[in-house]
Design a protein around this ligand. Sequence first.
Ligand code: IPD
Ligand code: CA
Ligand code: CA
Length: 279
Amino acid sequence: MHLTTSSDQLQICLEIATEAALAGGAVLQSYLGKLEEISEKGRSGDLVTVADKDSEAVILDILNRHFPNHAILAEESGKLGNTESEFLWVIDPLDGTTNFAHQYPFFAVSIGLLIAGVPQVGVIFDPFHNELFCAAKGLGATLNRRPINISQTVELSKSLLVTGFGYDRRETTDNNYAEFCHLTHLTQGVRRSGSAALDLAHVACGRLDGYWERAIAPWDIAAGIVLLEEAGGKVTAYDSSPISIDSGRILATNGYIHPFLSEELLRVPSLPFKGILKM
Ligand code: IPD
Ligand code: CA
Ligand code: CA
């Protein structure tokens, strides 16, 4: 396969990614409410559990079996496989670990495929609600096999947004608190769900109108980028320039509110939260 991957080949990748996401999701469900140990990865609040690790193991097993020559970037295992390959699977085996650890039912498996650096296949599976989001470049986006589309909201004042706060939020004033306050005033609300992958999926199916976040990793957004673009939405950097998947920042909307949200994000100065931060 090459950059001009045929739609049949993309379809095969999508089917295998779906099989892997469903398998990972089944592992997550089997551990929900039964975790005996929850560890921190180093940074305060950045959790990892046996569910993250076992979900990743079954996903890797399926992808390796079908695509032994592809490269992989998985959150818990890092870079694997053939690093020369232009096919790169980007995996978050459990997006929303904090929610999962608290049995707050908002978490997902996220599997994206980049071909020559471009996200082309994306599957996000929410096992608690049994919602399967799938997309491949040129083939559309679906939720439980039915086509999905972005919302029709055109005004920021009528929009419902979502965002998140990175694990470094106690260490920097560039922690998205100011943006959150600013946009909460300008819109019908800003949610903080705790799963970037589901945030993108919910913009893709029109439940939300826009999402932005900083300090985000490629595995949080690889699948969601394809999903949202295929559902008719727009994904860029904060300033509306093309997104680089490892830049750490993402602006993702229904397209209509994109210029307005971009303008407001660029306008907000960081808050000097000295009373809260240890500085
Ligand atoms: C986190 C979630 C959260 C986002 C964080 C991510 P994890 O992923 O997507 O919504 O705000 O930045 O790191 O750690 O649960 O896989
Ligand atoms: Ca994640
Ligand atoms: Ca994760």
